[in-house]
Ligand binder design. Structure first.
Ligand SMILES: C[S@@+](CC[C@H](N)C(=O)[O-])C[C@H]1O[C@@H](n2cnc3c(N)ncnc32)[C@H](O)[C@@H]1O
Length: 233
């Protein structure tokens, strides 16, 4: 399967990556411009970068970008894409958010999209805080809410898909989802100042419009939401 704009072929089995790559590179650039993570001498971390789409896009808008992810086969896709894009200011590494291999206060901006809830939330946030400069900003994007798994459950019943039903129930039982309130509490307790909370692609400059990747709510519960926060001095 060739993903237009990303210059690579990926196996059909990597469904999640296929959906991420269905948005072209310019889409991610625009999303980054909307949250203002742009600068001539700025350093960005794409925390849990997966296929590296945010990292590649950020490398056109900043001086230096690091991408890190704990899954080798996702990181391999990111590296494959980067051999085509040849971004010299981008470095991709295997690693965990709970133990980041970067020095204190190194980054101006951190993007952590569709990933924070899968990590040890407190430990990964502490680490992201450690490597962020004072007054640096963090974007926690696409945090899965309860609505995501309720929608999955309903889909499972509609399609008669036992696996989907079990996956939804397991995720709800294991508390993979987060509520807005608990996210706010963890982020503020770590010492960040929350600048905005909203639905996917909503936070940031009003004059830059972007298409959200996910619907905001299901049955009054967040499907996904996002947080923009600033490290206090
Ligand atoms: C849904 S994908 C999102 C990837 C990417 N941010 C994107 O938007 O396409 C979640 C990613 O989080 C990574 N991940 C999960 N737990 C992690 C951890 N503790 N440390 C680093 N990466 C982690 C997974 O390997 C996966 O690539």
């Amino acid at each position: 399967m060739v993903k237009i704009g990303w210059k690579i072929e990926i196996p059909v089995s990597l469904k999640h990556i296929a959906s991420v790559l269905s948005y072209p590179p310019k889409y991610y650039e625009r999303r980054i411009q909307k949250i203002g993570f742009v600068g001539k001498d700025t350093k960005v971390l794409d925390a849990a970068c997966g296929a590296g789409v945010w990292a590649i896009a950020a490398s056109y808008l900043n001086q230096e970008v690091m991408g890190i992810d704990s899954t080798e086969r996702y990181l391999a896709v990111a590296k494959d894409i980067n051999t085509k894009f040849k971004r010299k200011n981008l470095k991709l590494s295997l690693g965990k958010l709970e133990k980041l291999p970067y020095s204190n206060e190194y980054f101006d901006y951190i993007i952590c999209y569709d990933a924070w809830m899968y990590t040890n939330r407190l430990e990964s946030l502490k680490e992201m805080d450690r490597v962020l400069k004072s007054s640096g900003k963090i974007y926690l994007g696409s945090i899965a809410g309860l609505g995501w798994y309720l929608a999955m459950l309903v889909q499972g019943f509609k399609k008669g898909d036992r696996n989907l039903i079990l996956m939804a129930l397991k995720s709800i039982k294991n508390r993979v989802y987060m509520t807005e309130n608990e996210s706010r509490k963890i982020v503020e307790k770590q010492g960040f100042k929350i600048l905005a909370i909203g639905s996917d692609g909503q936070i940031g400059q009003k004059n830059i419009e972007v298409e959200p990747q996910f619907k905001n709510k299901f049955l009054c519960f967040w499907n996904v939401f996002e947080i923009l926060a600033e490290k206090r001095k």
